[in-house]
Design a protein around this ligand. Structure first.
Ligand code: ZN
Length: 52
């Protein structure tokens, strides 16, 4: 679980879109990139993101 306040300040590094939590990943509402969370730490790196 990601802290709600942390989710509020996080933004997609690619398009600056808002982020929401989906299962074990953080998803950008705009470009739909999916960022992994490892040991509770969001990995907000373009090269780590998956695109569906
Ligand atoms: Zn994005």
């Amino acid at each position: 679980m990601i802290d709600k306040k942390l989710l509020d300040i996080l933004a997609c590094p690619v398009c600056k879109g808002d982020i929401f939590e989906d299962k074990e990943e953080l998803v950008c509402v705009k470009c739909k990139r999916r960022y992994p969370v490892r040991e509770g730490i969001p990995i907000m790196l373009e090269e780590e993101a998956r695109i569906e």
